[in-house]
Design a binder for this molecule. Structure first.
Ligand SMILES: Nc1ncnc2c1ncn2[C@@H]1O[C@H](COP(=O)(O)OP(=O)(O)OP(=O)(O)O)[C@@H](O)[C@H]1O
Ligand SMILES: O=P(O)(O)OC[C@H]1O[C@H](OP(=O)(O)OP(=O)(O)O)[C@H](O)[C@@H]1O
Length: 211
């Protein structure tokens, strides 16, 4: 039997991902050692391998078949646009992709003004403004602390993740429009889906019992 390889996004989703796998008896003790610099972990009994990578790299590993399965946020799947099958909504990491800004920016959206939109997610923002809203805008890519952009005048609005809303509140911003709901998803390489279909389907049905 060959190894099934999992790419897991490190960061916010990692802890809950390891917890749901643990619930179905898929464990990897080695992975819990936070001080280790080791990158890949093997469960010899179940013939599974796990590695943690930056979220946006997860769909890349899965498209190329370097990982059979990936666990990553829906935002990353949409943004990266890789050829992977999304097979399961895991139900955690729930948040929303939203257009946010000061209340005063609402008319700019309503009247389809040619505004600047700052975001870590240029593809999602482009798709939303151009294909859903039919509004021509200038997209400015940032890498973090997106809420700063409207405050310092870099952009009129942002497209970003909202979870509790506290980052917006503390910076005098608000949700102006919702783009889509988000949560952690399981993605599978299309070839692995066919070649390892029994093992992968079994995994999906066992995960369904705990989510
Ligand atoms: N408040 C939140 N902020 C950002 N992501 C969230 C939040 N709540 C849930 N998520 C989900 O968790 C995933 C991973 O978030 P995380 O912040 O670890 O990754 P990232 O934004 O790619 O990290 P980095 O800080 O390295 O840029 C996101 O892609 C998203 O689906
Ligand atoms: O609604 P909230 O619960 O406040 O969460 C949303 C915030 O969390 C994320 O930022 P993150 O902490 O990942 O930092 P970053 O802006 O540097 O990416 C996101 O980009 C928002 O800024």
């Amino acid at each position: 039997m060959r190894y099934l390889t999992f790419a897991l996004g490190k960061g916010r989703l990692a802890k809950q991902t390891l917890e749901i796998f643990e619930k179905i008896g898929v464990t990897c003790e080695e992975m819990k050692n936070k001080d280790s610099r080791k990158l890949i972990f093997v469960n010899e009994d179940l013939k599974l391998r796990f590695f943690l990578s930056k979220g946006p790299d997860v769909p890349t590993y899965v498209e190329y078949g370097a990982a059979d399965i990936g666990i990553v946020g829906k935002d990353t799947i949409l943004e990266e646009g890789r050829k992977v099958h999304e097979v399961l909504d895991l139900g955690y990491g729930t948040c929303r992709m939203c257009v946010c800004g000061p209340k005063s920016a609402a008319p700019l959206l309503l009247h389809h003004e040619r505004i600047r939109v700052a975001t870590k997610y240029p593809n999602i923002a482009k798709d939303y403004f151009y294909n859903t809203k039919h509004q021509t805008v200038e997209i400015i890519k940032l890498n973090g602390s997106i809420e700063l952009a409207p405050i310092v005048g870099l952009a009129e609005v942002i497209v970003d993740i909202v979870e509790t809303g506290s980052t917006l509140r503390e910076n005098g911003l608000t949700v102006l429009e919702e783009v889509c709901p988000l949560s952690a998803r399981m993605i599978v390489n299309p070839v692995s889906m066919r070649m390892e279909s029994d093992r992968i389907k079994d995994l999906i049905s066992r995960l369904r019992t705990v989510i």
